[in-house]
Structures are given as C-alpha cells and as structure tokens.
Design a protein around this ligand. Sequence first.
Ligand code: FRU
Length: 490
Amino acid sequence: MKEWTREERYRYLKDPQELYELYQRVSKSVYRQTFHVQSVTGLMNDPHGFVWHDNQWHLFYQWCPWGAVHGLKHWYHIVSRDLVSWKNLGVCLLPDQNDGYDNKGVYSGSAMPIGDKMYLYYTGNHRDADWKRHAYTCLARLGNDGWPEKYPLPLFGSHPNYTEHQRDPKIMKVEGRDEYYMIIGAQTKDLRGCILVYSSPDLQHGWSIAGELNVPGFSDFGDMWECPSIEHIGGHDVLLLCPQHITLPGRGGTQNHNGYILGTMDWDTLTFTPDGQFHVLDFGFDSYAAACANNIEDTDKAILIAWMGLPDVSYPTDDEDWAGCLTLPRELTVRGRRLIQQPLPELKKLRGEKIITNKGVNPLPKACEIELDCRPGDVAVKLFTSENGEGGMLVSFDEAKKEISVDRSGMTNRFNLSEGEVRTRPLENGLSHLRIFVDSSSVEIFVNDGDAVFTSRCFPTKEEHLFTTEGETFVRLWPLKAAVKDSFLI
Ligand code: FRU
C-alpha cells in the first residue's frame, strides 16, 4: 500500500486539470457505486451541512482530492431534489493557502439557511510551523450564486480548558428560545470525550461559551466525541455522537462508534438526562459521522445520512486512489426507547421490474434491492456466492439464539480483519422482514422495518455474483437504477 508523505497529503489544489487523469482512472473502477454518493477522486468522509434550501437538498462532505488518505480536507457540495438522485456541484470551501485559520483543512460542520443565504459553520484546522494543531470555529456565507464568502476572522478559537481536539460545530435553533446554539465535539485535558455548548443572539457575531454539556452517566465514555448533534424527534431529545477509542460489546475490534442516547435536554442547566443506554446507530461494519438534516418540517421524524466508512481503517480501493461513499438516506422515528431507521420511501423510485426468486442459487445484479418476508425459524441469505453457492457474505438469523448476524469472512476480498468479520444483534421477537440494498461495493440491511440496520462495504470479485436463501421466506428482488451522476466537477 502507498505510503503518503505529509507534503503529498497536504498539497493544495491549484488546478482541476491536475485531478482529471486521476478521475479518469478512478471512474473505471468496478467498485464505483451506482446509487450511493461517492467522491470524484480521493477520499470522502463525513457528510455535513445537510439542509433544504432554495427548493433543493444541499449536502456537503469532507473530501481529500489526492487519494485514499486523510490529508487536506475540503467541503464538497452536492444537491438533490428528492434525496435519491444527486448532482455534483463541486468543491465549496477550500483550505487557506496563506497560513489562515483553516490552512490544513476545512473540517466538518453544519449549515443554517436564512433568506437567500446559507451560513456554513466549520472547523478551521490550523497547523502552526511546528505542526501543532489549533482549532477555530469559522463561518462562511453561501449565496444562491453558489459562491462562498469566508468571514475573515473565526467566530472563536479553541477553549483553553480543553485539548485542541475541538471540532464539528452543529448550529441549531431551539424551539422556544431566542438565542442560537452551537455544540462542538471536544476532549477534556484528562482525555475524556465531551461536548461544548456555545450560544449567541446572532448567527454571525457574539458567540460565547455557555458551558460543557452535562450527560449524567457518560462522563467517561471514550476519549473524544466527534460530530455531536441534538435532534428533537417525535417529542424526544436524541443526542447523536461518535465516541472514540473505546471498545463496546458486540463491536469487534472497532474503537470508533456512532450512536445515540435518548433523553431530555435542559438548555437552562445544559444537562442532557439520558433515558437509557448508548445505542449504536448501525450494527454493520462501516458507518460513522452521521448527519441529520437541519430543517425538516415534520417534527416526528429526522433524515439521516452517514459516511459509509470508519476512521483509521483502509479499504481495497485505497490502491485505486479513492475510498468512501455515503449511506442511503434514512428516515428516523422513535419507537419505544429506540430509534427506528427506514430507507427513505422515495428510494422505491429506483426499482426496476420485480423478480420473484426461487430457492437455490439466483443471479445477484450489481445494484438491487431484495425484500424478504420471513416465517419463524432459521433464515440464511448468502450474498455474493460463486457458481457452486459457496463463499460470500452470510446474513443469518438463528431462531434458538434469537440473533441475527452478518459475516463477511466468506468474501474473497477480506479487509480490516482486526475489526472483526462478524457482527450480531439480538432480535428478541424473531425475524419477520428484511430489506437489503446491494450496490457495486456495499450492502445495507434493514431488519424488521428499521428495528436494526447493518451497513457494510464489500468488494465482490467477478465470480461472486449470485445469492441463495434458506428458510421459510418469500423473496422479491428489484434491479435498481443508477442515481448518482459520477461527473467530474471540481
Ligand atoms: C470525523 C472527523 C471529524 C473531523 C473530520 C475531518 O470523521 O474526524 O471530527 O471534523 O472527520 O475530516
């Protein structure tokens, strides 16, 4: 695997032409997705700035143009009318080339649309001459002409009582309160993850620290909390966060997690009182840094998109100089004490003609949706098997253990072995329904109408193009149409 020097990782983008050759090479990869957003070249990570504005959805993501490496991060801009088909608009925020506040990266953030402008809040990742990190919370304004104007000074610098790991501002307007709030993922000096809360009467000025968010029972839960947000869904407050460097039961060797806590947020005392435990958002292998749309009108739900990837791991396409894609958009609701995640209803538009499949070995199109109704008993779906029905990714429900698991150890291309190759989730009430979305290099499995989701990258070989099912099931399959324009726009 290629070793990247610091100079190579942090090279400034001067001219789109310098990426065109790379794009041409990358776009020939057999693993390019067809209905998932992916970057034109290089590495993509966190989605952010997810809002409805000017009659369309806007979404940005972290983008390092040069290759599958975490280096100089830009904000790349995409738009959609229905959250199904996406169009590239090109790079929106670039790091400053003159030692400015974001000289080594425009890191994750959020957006707030007001009138015909969108305010973009982000972390300026500054490195000084000794390569010491300094975090700034910065603002840019995007007009409807698509042209971003960065404010010359940051809104504020890092808080001195915490380490320089302070990032990912999430801007929000809280119902019934006059001021705006911004929450930021941070790390205490004794290395515990936490959230800082800032407030201001005005979006553009006057920001000051309100305090550290108190989350009783979670004062020592990982050493850094990335990408926090507080959503209000169906009368419940939901704290979403990515705790790092902590091992959780059932999560293999993974040290980075994306999850949520249901509870009640008190903005007067800055206390989020949990109403239960931390739940992972996704039980699969590759999902992190989920972002919820900032301004949807229906307060009973939220819409979430996550990065289909993880920090600190590598993927088979790294050698092709690209990595990462986004998950499908999901509708979030609260049922009992859990978040329910369903694929957005609009995704049905992608379906081609329905195929009812038989038991035994069936062809698996490169992009398809498989739906299964399941009767009580063991169920096994093997995706990406070869002609003889061997190998592949095994999705199985064990009736005796009341447990569903996804095992990707049977694939020819195995990767991230230290994270573990099997993920499980108890299903106390058994398995009744599965919806499985397969793209060229990913699988998303929605279990029992959104009760659990498993999201995973996978890189099948030419021979791995079949699937089998076992158990009392009724199986339908739809080939899915392409929905992302993989067009070169920098
Ligand atoms: C999460 C993250 C954020 C940061 C961004 C940099 O994946 O580390 O905390 O802002 O990625 O790309």
